[in-house]
Design a protein around this ligand. Structure first.
Ligand code: SF4
Length: 387
């Protein structure tokens, strides 16, 4: 059996299934759950469905059956991340900022930088990861809009990895006295909980996610595969630089399963040089070059797990090592196939994203965004003071 573990050993697999169950049963608690982009193409495997089966609607139905009060989709927050990260990149281009900018949505990668290259932390994007951004807006925007005391909200994430369990324990992930996210279930944890409750997702009828955070674009969906964050960011950044709707939305050069890929993209008269890396051993030579003053890229996506979150440490185990590549390719193919069928494929086209900026956040990189959605990395510590 090919058992998946967190390659960065960023977190012990803390089991919080019982804690989540208790919160769901507590009538005074409002339980809110979000499901990550990469979970929709793997959860079905736990219930005997073919690898790569796309199950967002069944996942929404299953989470509702478990008793969660609000069922949202992390793809919305992935769109929000792109709005912030894309504009951070554009600001660095405009103001002549620090390059390359590194993505910051993989907590195992952030921890690796903090422990091994603290002198290079200024190159990381200041964006929180989508799961943290989601928790921050639920406990502020939704709480305000619906007149709920944020202390009553218990935020749960269904994530592809154990590193996300570690991420919620970081002191930086507290806003206005509230933890952004209270508990993380991996894909395997959710499957275990569903089996315990005799819920078989293969037998469920698809349901929609709740509004307003159930609406998302293809850009948010592709976060689940290596290269997806880069492609999503390029769609928005190039459109802003060009000042007109982007004609070609697929950036094939950043897709694939090789552990290092690069591309050059021209927009608004500017040539953006970008790279995508997965696996920490592949990023080391690039970081050493940067330390030596030689690394000529604008933006680099780094994911710790092989092939990104679809191959994460909390994902279903693959029965045999010999079929691993095939299964991973099927998961990846499904993500791109699914996003192609969505009506909107750029984060800046998500109507709910436009609404939250109009209603609450103001503008990307604005004061409220900085307060809720950005942070400073460097502590590498957890709330209990451990490093
Ligand atoms: Fe988690 Fe994805 Fe990073 Fe793997 S690549 S550690 S699954 S965030």
């Amino acid at each position: 059996q090919c058992v998946v573990t967190c390659p960065a050993r960023a977190a012990k697999d803390i089991n919080c299934i019982e804690e989540v169950q208790k919160a769901v049963e507590d009538k005074n608690t409002i339980t809110v759950v979000q499901g990550a982009p990469a979970v929709r193409v793997t959860l079905g495997e736990e219930f005997g469905m073919d690898s790569g089966s796309i199950v967002p609607g069944r996942m929404a139905a299953a989470l509702r059956k478990l008793g969660f009060d609000r069922v949202y989709d992390t793809c919305f927050a992935a769109d929000l991340t792109i709005m912030e990260e894309g504009h951070e990149l554009l600001k660095r281009v405009k103001d002549g900022g620090t390059f390359p900018m590194f993505t910051s949505c993989c907590p195992a990668w952030v921890l690796y930088m903090e422990k091994n290259y603290p002198d290079l932390l200024g190159y990381l994007s200041t964006c929180k990861s989508p799961q943290q951004m989601f928790g921050a807006v639920v406990k502020s925007y939704i709480a305000k809009k619906e007149g709920i005391n944020p202390a009553r909200i218990y935020m749960v994430s269904v994530m592809p990895c154990t590193a996300k369990k570690y991420e919620i324990t970081r002191p930086e992930m507290i806003c206005d006295g509230y933890k952004n996210v209270d508990a993380v279930l991996t894909t395997r944890d959710l499957a275990e909980l569903l089996r315990k409750k005799h819920i078989d997702i293969s037998q469920l009828v698809e349901e929609d996610f709740d509004t307003p955070f159930g609406e998302y674009t293809g850009a948010g969906v592709i976060f689940g595969a290596t290269g997806g964050v880069m492609e999503a960011a390029l769609r928005t950044a190039c459109e802003v630089l060009d000042g007109k709707p982007l004609k070609k939305l697929s950036f094939y050069d950043v897709r694939g399963i090789s552990s290092f890929r690069e591309a050059e993209v021209e927009a608004g008269g500017i040539k953006l040089k970008v790279a995508v890396v997965h696996g920490l051993e592949k990023i080391k030579p690039l970081l050493d070059s940067l330390r030596g003053g030689r690394l000529n890229y604008h933006f680099i996506e780094v994911m710790t797990c092989p092939e990104g979150c679809i191959g994460g440490g909390g994902q279903p185990n693959i029965p045999k090592k010999s079929v691993r590549d095939k299964v991973i390719k099927e998961r990846m193919k499904s993500i791109y196939y699914y996003e192609l069928g969505l009506a909107k494929r750029k984060s800046n086209d998500n109507p709910q994203i436009k609404l939250i900026y109009e209603d609450f956040l103001g503008k990307p990189l604005g004061e409220m965004s900085h307060h809720l959605l950005h942070t400073t990395y460097g502590s590498a510590s957890t709330l209990d003071g451990k490093k």
